[in-house]
Design a protein around this ligand. Structure first.
Ligand SMILES: NC(=O)c1ccc[n+]([C@@H]2O[C@H](COP(=O)([O-])OP(=O)(O)OC[C@H]3O[C@@H](n4cnc5c(N)ncnc54)[C@H](O)[C@@H]3O)[C@@H](O)[C@H]2O)c1
Length: 346
């Protein structure tokens, strides 16, 4: 029969959840909920078999409902997640989960108490190209060498959010990707940003994340850029790797190209010889699968096995801690902000 899944928030993103769960044999869509009846009538036209509700309480009353997907503006997600957990429903909430890590921690504890799965939709960790990149970085035979730094660019023209700035909306993805790839957390953040679109919140942010071993992660996110870019670049002593989400043919390209110091002084002024190595450009084969579908399948499996999902509550709490430091640095015009992991469960 499949697990009964409901979706609250049927906007641009929530509609994708309804499509994917509707297609997955291991699930049945029990209902869709939104405060906006126009959104619901679109759902009814596309999926006449899916009942729609404007009130969450009605959806939660459906006997066959096992799990709730929450795809709402982040500022209202916490209350809805709490309500669903108190009804002992498994929850998949959209990133970045909530705004206040204290509230996030309470929800993670609540989920544990009621023995419900709680997952946060950090979709890029279910993206085959990002997974391949991680495999490559973790395999010493693949030869990235020493990891120097990585940088992400995530720009486009909107959609502009009304409740959070661009960092909470977009940089959250890159913080999650960096944590996944590096298997470590940043110690401090420097961030600057600006408000160009007459929004009261930053629509452009440049952030530098300082990781252990002097590894630097840089993130450029913007809602105010006419050019849509979704890229992560990893630079090591032996290779440079480009993950380009918009390049369907070659999402990952490995440049056997590097620049390194010979370590020898060339003269009395202490100049170093910088050597350049130039080799092949490789384009690894990547399995074709839809990241959102992988994410939803992982959620269903976690419920069935009782195992913690990859992007569980504690994972999201750490991203929130980094976002909190990023925000403090933004408020302080780029002054370094230490990441306090006081709400961390790791
Ligand atoms: N993982 C991703 O790649 C990705 C992509 C886009 C959006 N998102 C996330 O998904 C969430 C929704 O984004 P979106 O682009 O679909 O926004 P949206 O504005 O298009 O949709 C939000 C919907 O929620 C409804 N809504 C608002 N408050 C409600 C409430 N209290 N009860 C019921 N319905 C309510 C609105 O009517 C609207 O239909 C955000 O948290 C965003 O961060 C994630």
């Amino acid at each position: 029969m499949g697990l009964g899944v409901g979706v609250i928030g049927c906007g641009r993103w929530g509609q994708n959840y309804i499509r994917v769960f509707h297609e997955l044999p291991a699930a049945r869509v029990i209902g869709a909920c939104d405060v906006d009846p126009r959104r619901l009538s679109l759902i009814s036209q596309r999926y006449p078999d899916v009942p729609t509700f404007t009130d969450l309480a009605q959806l939660l009353e459906q006997k066959e409902l096992d799990a709730l997907v929450v795809a709402l503006p982040v500022s209202v997600q916490g209350e809805v997640v709490r309500t669903a957990l108190l009804r002992r429903k498994h929850v998949l909430a959209e990133k970045p989960f909530v705004v206040d890590p204290r509230e996030g921690l309470e929800l993670v504890k609540l989920a544990r108490r009621v023995k419900a799965a709680l997952m946060v939709g950090y979709i890029f960790l279910y993206n085959p190209a990002v997974r391949k990149l991680k495999e490559h970085l973790r395999d010493p035979r693949q030869g990235i060498g020493d990891l120097y730094y990585l940088y992400a660019t995530r720009t486009a023209l909107g959609p502009v959010r009304n409740d959070v700035n661009v960092a909470w909306d977009l940089a959250a993805h890159d913080i999650a990707i960096f944590s996944y790839l590096l298997e470590t957390r940043p110690e401090s953040v420097n961030a600057v940003g600006s408000k160009f679109l007459r929004n009261s919140r930053e629509d452009v942010v440049f952030a530098t994340l300082n990781y252990p071993n002097q590894v630097i992660g840089h993130i450029h996110v913007s809602w105010a850029d006419p050019n849509r870019v979704r890229q992560v670049v990893v630079v090591g002593s032996r290779q440079r790797i480009l993950y380009d989400d918009l390049n369907i043919q070659e999402q990952l390209r490995i440049f056997e190209k590097s620049v390194y110091s010979s370590g020898k002084d060339t003269d009395s002024f202490g100049e170093f010889i910088l050597a350049i190595r130039d080799g092949d450009i490789l384009s690894p084969k990547i399995e074709v699968s839809e990241p959102l579908k992988n994410q939803c399948e992982h959620f269903l499996e976690s419920i069935q096995n009782g195992a913690s999902p990859l992007t569980d509550g504690p994972f999201a709490l750490d991203v929130l801690s980094v976002l909190g430091a990023l925000q403090r640095s933004l408020n302080g015009n780029g002054a370094a902000a230490k990441v306090s992991y006081e709400y961390s469960l790791y």
